[in-house]
Design a protein around this ligand. Structure first.
Ligand code: ASP
Length: 421
């Protein structure tokens, strides 16, 4: 253990009258206290008079060193787009809170492994927000920046770093907005901030870089495939969902196989078909109608709610039960109201709230009665993907009368034909 003077930001070990405490030393508001951020994330104050000894376990990685980076002419180039979220934040040793890294260089300094795979030609920061603060304007902005990079002959692929919570909405949006993709577009994230020893950011970024220089011209979401630092998966942008609030392997492919498994030693195993890198130019189809909403049906839900949506929205995605069911009889039947709002122009797309599996209205008569209202049964499409797709379709004014046909066209692998029924 180093014999150094503890400074704010260092990991320290305190020997107190009650035992040992290890954590990060924060700037304390009171001189008589040591303020410590524990591994659990909680902060505790310990009276200095109760501490026999304080030792430095690990010095805080400061931002003071100069960023000194020379491109390796033997490596392909990638562009990185930083949009916010945990992956672009680090601990503020003064407050113990996590704050955004505002200079891209600060972020890149943490990841030497990335530079062994590719040169970072350019870093763009179109905005810095958590994914819960995003909306269609952010998705459109990202798509525009990505398109510019992809059509630059110097660039092999693009990496987008992003918050986790709503990352699968952005991956779906890019999948529809970028037409005739020519190169890889890889979204990645971290569940633990960069300054934490347990951060998943380094492996995620390295795997993202490997896919960004690969042959796969798809929008992919790349991240931990297990709880360890042993491999990542590259998921298809339209078939992936955050399925855990805190685990590193929070994202899973749903009703599809991941495109690839990327081992930490760099070996890539391809698990599914993919569109290949090509010489074409990608183009933008960035339109979005925000008048779409995602609504979850529950038993006993009052169908009157549909009047509200019909008066304010142009389309809704309804998450419904099982193979495709809502109440069809009794006081709370949805059938008459659904018919009325659909006839009056509200577009209704239907997805399974089971997440896994496909809708099939033909198994039960209730499903058939529901489908006859004119609602569009979206097979195994994820509800989040269907929401983005409906906003995109309704953004095309000329498609107004083709909603059903367009919803059922498989534009970006969002419908799987081969899933287990
Ligand atoms: N709430 C954050 C976000 O989604 C969490 C994260 O960065 O992972 O942006």
């Amino acid at each position: 253990m180093a014999e150094e003077k503890p400074e704010v930001g260092d990991i320290v070990k305190l020997t107190t009258i009650k035992g040992e405490v290890e954590g990060r030393l924060l700037e304390s508001p009171k001189t008589e206290l040591y303020l410590i951020k524990l591994k659990s994330g909680y902060n505790i104050g310990i009276k200095k008079e109760n501490v026999h000894k304080i030792e430095v376990v690990e010095k805080f990685k400061t931002e003071r060193e100069e960023y000194n980076y020379e491109k390796n002419p033997a490596l392909p180039n990638v562009d990185i787009i930083i949009t916010g979220g945990t992956i672009s934040s680090s601990l503020d040793a003064k407050t113990g809170a996590v704050s955004n890294l505002t200079k891209p260089e600060q972020l890149l300094k943490y990841y030497p492994g990335l530079f062994k795979i590719a040169n970072v030609r350019k870093i763009e920061v179109p905005f810095m927000v958590s994914s819960e603060d995003m909306n269609s304007e952010h998705w459109i902005k990202i798509a525009k920046v990505v398109e510019k990079s992809l059509n630059d002959s110097e660039v092999s692929g693009v990496i987008v770093t992003h918050g986790t919570d709503f990352l699968h909405y952005t991956s779906a949006a890019l999948s529809f907005f970028l037409k005739d993709l020519n190169k890889p577009v890889v979204l990645t994230y971290s569940q633990r901030s960069t300054d934490r020893a347990s951060s998943d950011a380094a492996l995620n970024l390295e795997c993202a870089a490997r896919m960004a220089v690969s042959n796969v011209a798809e929008v992919m979401l790349v991240g931990h495939g297990s709880q360890n630092d042993d491999f990542c998966f590259a998921h298809k942008g339209t078939k992936v969902r955050k399925l855990h609030s805190s685990r590193r392997d929070a994202f899973k492919s749903v009703n599809a196989s991941p495109i690839a498994k990327i081992n930490s030693d760099g070996k890539i195993e391809y698990l599914d078909e993919f569109v290949r890198r090509n010489e074409g130019k990608v183009s933008l189809d960035v339109v979005f109608n925000d008048k779409v909403a995602l609504v979850k049906y529950y038993p006993g839900m009052d169908p009157e709610i549909l009047d509200y949506y019909a008066s304010r929205y142009e389309g809704i995605v309804l998450e419904v039960g099982g193979l495709g069911h809502v109440a069809v009889s009794g006081k709370k039947s949805w059938i008459a109201k659904l018919k009325k709002v659909i006839d009056s122009g509200l577009k209704v797309a239907v997805c399974a709230q089971t997440i896994f599996g496909s809708l099939n209205p033909n198994v039960y008569s209730n499903g058939r009665t529901f489908e006859k209202t004119g609602a569009v049964f979206c097979k195994d499409m994820l509800a989040e993907t269907a929401l983005i797709k409906s906003g995109w379709i309704l953004g095309h004014k000329k498609w107004k009368y083709e909603f059903k046909d367009k919803m059922l066209i498989n534009y970006a692998g969002e419908i799987s034909d081969r899933i287990e029924k």
